[in-house]
Design a protein around this ligand. Structure first.
Ligand code: SAM
Length: 137
């Protein structure tokens, strides 16, 4: 039964993603979260392994967040910003001291990084849809 937990959380994450997409299609921008394959490609392109401060814009249900945490150094910090409260609550449940899960608008990135006393960002991963610009406010 121990193996059921990751499967359940995968199904719950996908269901939550679909439900939120139906409510806010332009803000979510995709009907399903990124695949494992896409997660790997994103991590390769962003040079996570050598970064000290990583920022994820639009963490969704946390699949990409978990993938970044697996790939990043032990002493690095990950700031994951998500505008959707239901997604934010899923990401907040990830137990990892390196993760700062922030509920808010990623367009306020500068203010948010200084709020947490973070220095220069080493890797910046954005999964926000093109229509997300209209969320500025
Ligand atoms: C296409 S999903 C990607 C989710 C996840 N990173 C993945 O790859 O599966 C885009 C995410 O960006 C979030 N988002 C959209 N506009 C945002 C904004 N202005 N600030 C923070 N998050 C935003 C959405 O709520 C959604 O979770």
């Amino acid at each position: 039964m121990a193996n059921m937990k990751p499967i359940n959380s995968l199904i719950n994450g996908r269901l939550a993603f679909f439900q939120e997409f139906m409510k806010h299609p332009l803000q979510i921008g995709s009907i399903i979260p990124s695949s494992r394959f896409l997660e790997r490609r994103i991590l390769e392109a962003a040079a996570i392994a050598s970064a000290k401060i990583i920022v994820e814009l639009g963490s969704g249900t946390g699949g990409t967040t978990r993938a970044i945490l697996r790939a990043m150094p032990q002493h690095a910090k990950l700031l994951s910003i998500e505008i959707n409260p239901n997604f934010h609550s899923l990401v907040s449940s990830i137990e990892d001291d390196r993760l700062i899960a922030h509920l808010g608008n990623a367009f306020w990135l500068k203010e948010i990084t200084s709020m947490y006393g973070l220095g220069a960002v080493g890797a910046d991963l954005s999964a926000m849809p093109f229509g997300a610009e209209s969320n500025r406010g």
